[in-house]
Design a binder for this molecule. Structure first.
Ligand SMILES: *[C@@H]1O[C@H](CO)[C@@H](O)[C@H](O)[C@H]1NC(C)=O
Ligand SMILES: *[C@@H]1O[C@H](CO)[C@@H](O)[C@H](O)[C@H]1NC(C)=O
Length: 497
């Protein structure tokens, strides 16, 4: 059957009904780290897992797989990172490492991923350290003193094994002790039978570029993102923000997170524009990888596409290969770690009635809530607040402008966000007025689950956005998170200074 479709499409240009849908996979897994005694062996062990996962994805009919950032190599300093690095060709689209194994004998990542793509007939997006040697003695050269550039790079292979894209991370997240900032901002895309794919890495997704250029100028239909995302409630938990991003941009989004429990990096998924998550996962076990697979429409805006998701969540056992394996990093095993946004910037009002309306502003940002809760559950446990705020977020790793409007469950006994056992809302309407250009909506229920998008509506407009639901929801937060890109401090290169 498969051959017939390929034959028809390539020979006669017939569009089969299947082409409105495609099957995607993301892998969330802990990288195996041996403590740097032998970078080659360490990468080889991780590649073994990646190869196994590619085969498994292909067996489950996935056409593309995305692997996490730092899935093959650990987060290390500049000198150590070189040992994991590889030179990547600039001749994108013409080089197939699997067809030239001798030439690529010293670039095992590219060789083996290219072969995994070819053998399993699957597109691959992965993350690696790119090294580019340069002459630091040359005058007028900005070549670093150690004679090489190092980039945090995503690489893509097509289903025949050709290198079809490389992308250098634009927004390093406190990584300039090991990676250089790319000299210019580039858009990186590749075409597939299932649309045009654009590449992003992790922290990039919080910024305007390259994401918006990929979507609006390059007309990508899907963004693929290796990430190593540190969870922060109530706006930036990995799976929460991934879905918000897909909805706000109405774009397909394949996000593969690392799984390092101690750093709260778990949360991956396959998202289909405003339809939200086709599948997501955020509490995978330590030492176990997770392969997520689902079928979504090629074009998120195409409402005529109706795809049978057939989602799969396949656990991948990672062998403990050494006493210094990454389990050493996660002493608390399967515990789920989460950081919290310090909501000091917010103006807040507590909800005292079972049903009501609240209006609250901070400067030009306003938040309006109209709600009704189930009588029996209201205030039985947690309190609820409406908050509104804005400001420049200052972290060591980066600065950005944010505006927020939210309603959230709060435990006043321990003065902390409540994440479970929450009140049931019958109706909620949360609207915000912003100066921000882009608003990311989200509704989170008991235990950080995403409220299914069929239970709520999101209506964005120029400066006023609205979340509305009349379903019964055990709500822990509903939020509108604004990114005021125009007031972002200039792309700073902090750690270089
Ligand atoms: C996606 O579908 C929409 C609605 O049919 C259409 O306007 C748009 O051009 C399509 N995008 C691409 C990249 O084909
Ligand atoms: C609130 O925090 C206190 C103290 O940690 C805890 O005993 C209580 O169970 C919490 N309440 C809810 C509803 O989770």
């Amino acid at each position: 059957m498969r051959f017939i479709i390929i034959y028809l499409t390539t020979s006669f240009g017939v569009i089969s009904a299947d082409e409105k849908c495609f099957r995607a996979a993301v892998y969330e897994g802990p990288g195996i780290s041996d403590g740097l005694e032998c970078a080659n062996q360490e990468i080889s062990k991780n590649l073994e897992v990646f190869e196994y996962v590619a085969k498994e994805a292909s067996t489950n009919k996935a056409q593309i797989i995305v692997y996490p950032e730092y899935g093959l190599l650990p987060r290390e300093d500049r000198t150590k990172t070189e040992r994991y690095g590889e030179i990547i060709t600039d001749k994108i689209g013409t080089v197939n490492p699997c067809n030239k194994p001798e030439e690529f004998a010293k670039q095992q990542i590219q060789l083996r991923l290219s072969c995994a793509a070819k053998k399993n007939h699957i597109f691959i997006v992965a993350h690696l350290a790119e090294v580019e040697y340069c002459d630091s003695k040359k005058k007028s050269s900005d070549c670093p003193a150690d004679g090489r550039y190092q980039y945090n790079t995503a690489i893509a292979f097509n289903s025949e094994g050709f290198i079809v894209a490389k992308y250098r991370k634009n927004h390093l997240f406190g990584e300039s002790d090991c990676f250089d900032w790319p000299k210019k901002q580039e858009y990186s895309t590749f075409d597939t039978p299932f649309g045009r794919i654009g590449l992003l890495i992790c922290f990039d997704s919080l910024f305007k570029q390259p994401a918006f250029g990929l979507i609006n100028e390059k007309q990508v239909t899907t963004l693929a993102m290796p990430t190593w995302w540190i969870n922060e409630y109530p706006f930036l938990v990995a799976h929460q923000f991934q879905q918000s991003f897909a909805i706000a941009q109405n774009i397909n989004y394949l996000a593969a997170n690392g799984n390092d429990k101690s750093l709260a990096t778990t949360g991956s998924g396959i998202y289909n524009g405003i339809r939200g998550a086709a599948i997501y996962k955020y509490k995978s076990k330590a030492q176990v990888g997770t392969l997520l697979i689902s079928t979504i429409s090629v074009n998120a805006s195409d409402i005529s596409a109706s795809c049978e998701q057939n989602s799969r969540d396949i656990p991948i056992e990672i062998q403990k290969t050494s006493s210094k394996s990454s389990s050493a990093l996660s002493p608390s095993g399967d515990e789920y770690h989460l950081y919290y946004n310090n909501l000091d910037k917010l103006n807040k009002i507590k909800l005292n009635e079972r049903t009501g309306e609240v209006n609250i502003c901070k400067d030009k940002v306003c938040c309006q809530l109209s709600y009704s809760t189930n009588d029996a559950t209201f205030k039985r446990k947690n309190s609820y607040f409406v908050g509104v705020g804005h400001g420049i977020r200052v972290m060591q790793q980066g600065h950005w402008c944010e505006e927020m409007c939210l309603v959230y469950a709060f435990n006043e006994t321990n003065n902390a966000f409540a994440l479970s056992d929450s009140t049931e809302f019958d109706r909620i309407k949360l609207s915000g007025t912003f100066t921000a250009e882009t608003i990311y909506p989200s509704l989170v229920s008991d235990d950080l689950k995403l409220v299914p998008t069929c239970q709520w509506n999101y209506k964005p407009s120029d400066n006023k956005c609205l979340i509305e639901s009349t379903s019964k929801i055990k709500l822990i937060s509903a939020s509108l998170y604004g990114r005021c890109f125009q007031r972002d401090p200039p792309l700073h290169r902090l750690a270089q200074t």
